[in-house]
Write a protein that binds this ligand. Structure first.
Ligand code: GLV
Ligand code: MN
Ligand code: MN
Length: 474
């Protein structure tokens, strides 16, 4: 639906602003109270909005404008359409952030940014002293990816707030949208950088003082070029206190095929799988591709190739479909056809819903790396676990709110595990957490073919809006 103002809503809003008529309406048994639509008791008997009609019926999402915004945001990209590449603190990232801040302002939110560029847009509730309910996601995009990953949870959140405002809803707890900095690990190798810091990652805050990207640009220099971390090397100002929010809910495309295959509209995430990433370097002597005979070689590239196959084997041997492993980066030095690789660099991504099983796989990969290095007479100069995060669980009360919201909207739903990681994984450390998934075409993600239909996005935004409304009143 693309209605901005519906006559009945406008009429209702007018009535709500007239206390005398409101008192009369409150006596009318045909009018539903906020309690009716929220499912939660009202604590404030003088709430002027308690005579609103059922919000699930009056929510109108402007799917057309939202799609236009998704398309516009995708133009801030370092890759030609339909690919999107948007890397932390680059010019396009800064422009895209400006685009979002502008929309937050237009939605009437008060906007603030922290030292690493997490952006917060707040709609004050009528009891602003209560802890707020938060939602949000990311807008950075890995090289040659699509335009929906993360974006649906940011632009969709702004539209959810707009829809709630249009419906006449007034939040009790404040509602806050968060745009998280660098959910993707592309530039500095750390996924969920912004949300990790919000959750109080002290070792990361310390490490960022010295961290450099592939071009040897330091994190702080890059952040400053984007207007952040101006006068501070100490990023601990980003940390949020535990329980800063009463709830955090993220809307995201599924990034898997299940919802589409089963024809289900809404995924209610119960758990987020535990991600880990490992950096490996092998070093050999290199040499001339013609001159050095095969028995004389110590080829770092072959060691990397053998370890790549070992990753696949150990993952498959775990015996569970939930264990996955990927060698997403494999770089050879000097990278010439007629030169035996003297250095090989790999980054390995291993995930599982079972943390111990994932850790056992990493241990086996480490042993293989040592054996391969010995056999091929190369040096295993680096085997570094970059991150080894525990899984996260959604909070029961938020699962219930998401479920009730999708039921009231007559949307089919299914409990599911998130195999991708999300900022929610880290928000769960400081707040009760929940996630809403929507279907995406063939489960495609992290590639240009990524697609979610306007109808599925509209459904997700409605469920998000109604869930936020419920949580705001709880
Ligand atoms: C997030 O983008 C992930 O890799 O799961
Ligand atoms: Mn992603
Ligand atoms: Mn994402």
């Amino acid at each position: 639906m693309s209605r901005r103002f519906s006559p009945p809503l406008f009429f209702l809003f007018f009535l709500c602003s007239t206390p005398l008529i409101l008192t009369q309406l409150n006596d009318d048994p045909t009018i539903k109270t906020m309690h009716d639509f929220s499912g939660y008791p009202l604590h404030d008997p003088s709430n002027p909005f308690k005579s609103s009609d059922s919000i699930s019926n009056s929510l109108s999402v402007d799917a057309q404008t939202l799609q236009k915004q998704i398309d516009e945001l995708s133009t801030f990209s370092d890759a030609p359409a339909p690919s999107v590449t948007r890397i932390l603190y680059t010019k396009n990232d800064v422009l895209a952030r400006r685009y979002i801040k502008n929309l937050m302002g237009l939605a009437g939110l008060s906007v603030r940014e922290d030292a690493v560029g997490n952006i917060f847009g707040r709609w004050d509730g009528y009891e602003p002293a209560l802890t707020a309910v938060a939602t949000g996601s990311h807008i950075d995009a890995i090289p040659y990816s699509g335009k929906y990953d993360g974006v649906v949870g940011v632009l969709g959140a702004i539209e959810a707030i707009n829809a709630l405002k249009r419906s006449g809803f007034k939040p009790k707890r404040s509602l806050e949208i968060i745009l998280f900095t660098s959910e993707e690990p592309t530039r500095f190798g750390i996924g969920c950088l912004g949300s990790r810091l919000l959750a109080g990652a002290e070792t990361l805050a310390e490490a960022l003082k010295m961290m450099v990207d592939g071009q040897n640009i330091s994190f702080l220099e890059a952040a400053r070029s984007a207007g952040y971390a101006r006068d501070e090397d100490d990023l601990s100002s980003v940390f949020l206190k535990k329980d800063s929010y009463s709830a955090f809910v993220e809307l995201h495309i599924e990034q898997g095929p299940i919802l589409e295959k089963e024809g289900i509209s809404i995924g209610i995430v119960t758990n987020i799988a535990a991600p880990a990433s490992v950096k490996v370097d092998f070093e050999g002597n290199g040499g001339h591709a013609g001159g050095v005979l095969m028995p004389e070689r110590n080829d770092a590239g072959l060691a990397a190739a053998e370890l790549t196959l070992a990753v696949e084997k150990h993952v498959m041997d775990s015996g569970s479909i939930d264990t996955v492993g990927t060698v997403g980066i494999l770089e050879l030095h000097p990278g010439a056809i007629n030169s035996i690789p003297s250095k090989a660099h790999l980054k390995i991504d291993v995930r599982d819903i079972d943390e111990d099983r994932r850790n056992a796989v990493i241990e086996k990969i480490h042993n293989s790396a040592k054996l391969i290095a010995k056999k091929r007479k190369v040096t295993l100069s680096v085997f570094k676990i970059i991150n080894q995060d525990p899984p996260a669980q959604s909070e029961n009360s938020i699962i219930k709110a998401m479920e009730a919201a999708s039921k009231e909207l007559n949307l089919t739903r299914k409990y599911m595990v998130s195999r991708a990681y999300h900022d929610s994984l880290f928000m769960a450390r400081i707040s009760p957490m929940g996630m809403i998934f929507i279907p995406c075409y063939k489960g495609y993600s992290h590639k240009p073919e990524e697609y979610a239909s306007p109808q599925d996005i509209e459904n997700g935004v409605k469920v998000l809006a109604l869930t936020l409304a419920k949580l705001s009143l709880s």
